[in-house]
Design a protein around this ligand. Structure first.
Ligand code: MLT
Ligand code: ZN
Length: 467
């Protein structure tokens, strides 16, 4: 059966509201948000129920027509952009946007795949709770995409990634059968967990339609501090003292702060200049130690020991917001001020970060004269967003082939340091070949075997993740 026949069959079953073929309506979803990848699709499918998703998947499976599931289109790795051949159909999950259930006593919520993260935050907050995962794209990223990429962000230190926050999933498998894992069983030993297999599978093994997620009590207060430190090694020692007490610990170099100051017209929270900075956040639940007093105590002690050179603690919510605005605006500010860069979302064991940063900077800058390596990120998670720029070609960035070569070298160094070439953004189409080159045999065997077993016709998000 051809793509056109599948579209007509689905139109007959589900109607024009679900099956959209107007090119103008499809166009905005064919290019990823950063404009790096553009694909083609003859239809945009917009189901609003799990049953409709199952109908679509079944028809596509029978016809061997590929499907690319998409949430907020905020992938950093081209994970939700269809391939340019136009042979696949785009499956938008944005119309499945109900919060089906929120149990305030149990601290759980069932959110459909298309629920936007910021809306989930608001819904939880109205009931005195919070969904403790946040990231820059919270205004567009959806639950289905967060689950499918095992998203991270700035609160992982305390609450973990999506894998840790997901208690169960509802999903449609490649043959159209519906998996219902929303029961919330604490103990369930019926073999390996299908839910866990789908988390981080980037839509290659099935389509996530809803998730049972953990909530945490909303804090009564938070305190944010911005501190100047001499080096990543000093930041790491500070982190070790604070790990169980704080929920955010972000590291940034002076160059990144400067870019934010120049681009966003924000001022540094500190009067003094330092080589590196950390942004630390502590929150306080009812009956717990005052968050501000806690940070004051920890930072004063660190200053006495020479670990921290200077520190500012936000004295109100507006000042906390201003500190986070700097952090959240780093990627865009650097791009505007310093030009394009090759970007690498990588992780290494937390203790290896200071040495890794030194090594990657010296090796890359030596091997590519005129290059400049800098990185910021989630120190507590061993996750650095590493950027490599060409200093004398700031506006053009690197040529594509050069950029790829730099990427391969960075990944080699990451692998030597025992790290991962994708910490929190996924593999998508951007890193698939690198995963094939560097993935350990056991990992590649597992990925390929799962794909062959669950999706023998390879209709689910072809060209992404699986080498
Ligand atoms: C971040 O932490 O800001 C995001 O993961 C995006 C990035 O900078 O690469
Ligand atoms: Zn990040």
């Amino acid at each position: 059966m051809s793509v056109d026949t599948v579209i007509e069959t689905l139109r007959g079953q589900l109607g024009d509201k679900v099956v959209v073929t107007d090119a103008d309506a499809i166009a905005p979803w064919l290019t990823d948000w950063r404009g790096r990848w553009t694909g083609a699709s003859k239809a945009l499918l917009q189901p609003s129920t799990t049953q409709e998703v199952a109908t679509i998947v079944k028809a596509c499976n029978e016809a061997g027509v590929p499907l690319v599931a998409q949430g907020g289109n905020s992938s950093m790795v081209g994970g939700a952009t269809p391939n340019p051949d136009g042979g696949s159909l785009l499956l938008s999950m944005r119309s499945m946007n109900n919060v089906r259930m929120l149990d305030a006593e149990a601290g759980t919520v069932v959110a459909e795949a298309g629920v936007i993260l910021a809306n989930l935050h608001d819904t939880a907050l109205k009931r005195g709770l919070r969904f403790p995962l946040t990231l820059g794209a919270k205004g567009s990223a959806t639950v289905g995409g967060l689950v499918s990429t095992n998203a991270g962000g700035t609160q992982v230190l305390r609450f973990g990634t999506m894998r840790g926050l997901t208690l169960g999933l509802e999903a449609v498998l490649p043959d159209g059968t519906i998996h219902d894992g929303l029961g919330g069983l604490k103990k369930d030993n019926r073999g390996p967990s299908l839910d866990q297999l789908l988390i981080g599978a980037e839509g290659t093994l099935g389509v996530v339609t809803a998730a049972l997620l953990k909530l945490a009590p909303a804090p009564v207060a938070r305190s944010t501090a911005f501190a100047g430190v001499k080096s990543p090694a000093a930041a790491l020692r500070l982190l070790r003292r604070m790990t169980d007490l704080v929920e955010g610990f972000e590291l940034l170099p002076h160059d990144s702060l400067e870019a934010a100051q120049r681009h966003m017209d924000v001022s540094s929270p500190l009067a003094s200049k330092h080589d590196w900075y950390v942004l630390v956040e502590a929150t306080q639940a009812k009956g717990q130690e005052d968050a501000r007093a806690l940070l004051e105590r920890l930072l004063a002690y660190a200053m006495e020991d020479g670990l921290v050179e200077d520190a500012a603690i936000a004295s109100n919510e507006a000042q906390s917001e201003a500190m986070w605005r700097i952090r959240d605006g780093l990627s865009d500010s650097e791009k505007q001020v310093y030009g394009l860069a090759t970007q690498h979302d990588i992780s290494v064991p937390v203790d290896a970060i200071p040495e890794f940063l030194k090594r990657v900077k010296s090796e890359i800058e030596r091997e590519w004269p005129g290059s400049w390596v800098s990185g910021y990120g989630h120190l507590g998670d061993g996750n650095i967003h590493l950027h490599v720029r060409a200093m004398d070609r700031a506006c053009e960035g690197w040529q594509e082939s050069e950029g790829k070569e730099i990427g391969r070298r960075v990944h080699d160094l990451v692998t030597e340091a025992g790290g991962s070439i994708s910490a929190e953004h996924g593999i998508g189409q951007m890193k698939r070949d690198e995963l094939a080159r560097l993935g350990e045999p056991a990992r590649l065997t597992m990925l390929r075997a799962l794909k062959a077993a669950l999706d023998p016709k390879r209709i689910m998000n072809p060209g992404k993740l699986i080498p």
